[in-house]
Design a protein around this ligand. Structure first.
Ligand SMILES: [Zn+2]
Length: 273
């Protein structure tokens, strides 16, 4: 599943091909994905110049003077740049054409989304799907103070609080497991019991791990700029995630696997208290 780093790397890969360019056509090959495509989308963006790309959580944003296209990659989606005229395959659902190039949304499982937010309806941050999102982990406003302050009443386990996304976005299952390992925090610890000092370690770990994933993903940019590109997802060398029963890379203890709210958590009992 694409996580925040994949979406950010996708944005970085697309930006030079689309920012400042005029949309010359929009091709929708089905009625919708997770939700129906906006009925007037073609009228809204064809002939318009894409001013800037952005991202909020896992939503990729294409900003036009008249409004913003929101794209979500769902469980299996990817966006690639390719020459106009490249034949569409079975799971290629949307092309946004910019002259001789297009960006193509491929999504085999069809949980992705393409939505429109009209500028007349106010700031994009106020969109129903964006307004309750937590802080952006790589921007100012996300730090230990925020984690500490927002968790004083939260009795749920820290792992689940991170996944909830209302305090900080982008810390999905992989990154929550890895960040908690780096910070030395057991994923089962009740969020309200964690001290400010420990949250400092956690905030740092979240930033470092997400930033490293984006840097690493940047090296795969060539993979999704081109018709033969791969999915654009990338695998890191994890410390705990998906390593149940294997030795901890730090202490050689055995990595444990538990379920928390239907999701798998991985941790080391020696390194995480
Ligand atoms: Zn360990």
């Amino acid at each position: 599943m694409p996580e925040l780093p994949e979406v950010e790397v996708t944005r970085l890969g697309l930006a030079p091909h689309v920012e400042g360019f005029v949309v010359t056509d929009l091709v929708l090959r089905r009625e919708g994905l997770r939700w129906p495509f906006p009925s007037q989308l073609k009228d809204k963006i064809v002939g318009q110049r894409l001013q800037k790309t952005g991202r909020r959580g896992k939503y990729l944003l294409l900003h036009f003077a008249s409004g913003t296209v929101l794209i979500h990659l769902g469980m299996s989606g990817n966006l690639r740049v390719m020459p106009k005229g490249t034949p569409a395959q079975k799971h290629d659902h949307v092309d946004i054409v910019f002259g001789k190039q297009l960006i193509r949304l491929t999504d085999p499982r069809r949980f992705g989304a393409v939505l429109w937010h009209d500028a007349a309806d106010g700031a994009i941050d106020e969109h129903l799907l964006l307004r309750n999102l937590g802080a952006e982990p790589l921007q100012d406003g996300f730090d230990a103070q925020l984690l500490f302050k927002k968790t004083r009443q939260r009795t749920a386990a820290i792992k689940q609080v991170l996944l909830a996304g209302d305090i900080v976005v982008g810390v999905g299952n992989i990154y929550a497991s890895e960040s908690l390992f780096q910070a030395g925090i057991n994923p089962k610890t009740a969020a309200y019991r964690i001290s400010l000092k420990r949250y400092q370690a956690l905030a740092l770990a979240i930033r470092q791990i997400l930033a490293a994933a984006i840097v690493q993903g940047g090296s795969t940019l060539k993979d999704f700029v081109g018709a033969d590109g791969k999915t654009g997802y990338f695998q890191q060398n994890y410390f705990v995630y998906d390593r149940a029963g294997e030795p901890c890379r730090v202490c050689q203890g055995i990595i444990r696997h538990i379920k928390q709210g239907q999701r798998s958590s991985f941790y080391c009992v020696n390194c995480q208290k």
